[in-house]
Design a protein around this ligand. Structure first.
Ligand SMILES: [Zn+2]
Length: 116
């Protein structure tokens, strides 16, 4: 016996059926999309926050800072948008147009990605 993926009701008819009807199918797909959008929103929020923190440090004139300074602000090192290369091939992790790279175990160098 198969059960509807949406409401859990018993399914009758074709053996490959997954939903009772069109209502259950569209309800199921809507819920799936809702969750997907919520996950995207959460990740975008983290990336924006990271970029904002780097921007703030840049605005007060800092080009180098410590890992601790970023942690205090709530920076999340797990999330970045892409990697960019400096003039000498150095690799910067970027959050949108702000990037950083470690210059030693604790200190980082700020990088503002030039507009393409
Ligand atoms: Zn159903």
């Amino acid at each position: 016996m198969e059960y509807c993926l949406d409401c859990g009701g018993k399914l009758r008819g074709r053996p490959d059926k997954k939903f009772c009807d069109g209502y259950c199918r569209s309800h199921y797909n809507n819920e799936l999309n809702k969750n997907k959008n919520a996950a995207l929103k959460e990740i975008n929020g983290i990336l924006k926050k990271n970029a904002g923190i780097l921007e703030k440090l840049g605005k007060i004139g800092l080009t180098t800072f410590t890992q601790q300074m970023l942690f205090i602000e709530g920076f999340d090192f797990k999330f970045f948008t892409h990697q960019a290369h400096g003039k000498h091939g150095e690799v910067y992790k970027c959050c949108y147009n702000y990037g950083y790279r470690f210059i030693n175990d604790d200190e980082l160098l700020l990088f503002i990605v030039p507009p393409a």
